[in-house]
Design a protein. Sequence first.
Length: 142
Amino acid sequence: MTLNKNDDCIFCRIAEGKSPCAELYSDDLVMAFLDIAPVNKGHALVIPKAHYRDIFEMPPTMGEALIRAQQHVGNAIMAATKAEGLNIYMNNKAAAGQVVFHAHWHLIPRFANDSLRLWPQHVYDDTEEMLQLAAEIRKKLR
Ligand code: AMP
Ligand code: ZN
């Protein structure tokens, strides 16, 4: 199978076996390995082997293989680390914190007492503001 590759991309090099990683899982389309700077130990990354910059470049048909790997690897991480939960999240584009521009999902084992707060939340000025924004977003779906 010929995959879309980018020689300057660290995750493409890992997917091709040209750079080392602590591999957890690999199939034709997807692989998973430990993140070198874990939020909690066992923090892993699930990537498509082909190079897509972010979720917006990726064909939706990749979704099934990625979700299967997230479930399979996520269960194994929780079992091995005795985690009570698992965050699965993704950064898309620099403003959202993306640093490696090859689509990837973070799998982070969580413990009831790990005192991690992923993000602060805010409120809308009022219900009107919230409903107006929902209408703006729906317009962009057309
Ligand atoms: P993001 O901010 O979503 O782009 O996350 C990139 C992640 O990749 C960070 O959590 C890094 O610690 C991780 N990372 C970068 N290079 C490597 C590597 N060679 N092996 C494993 N993880 C890596
Ligand atoms: Zn890549």
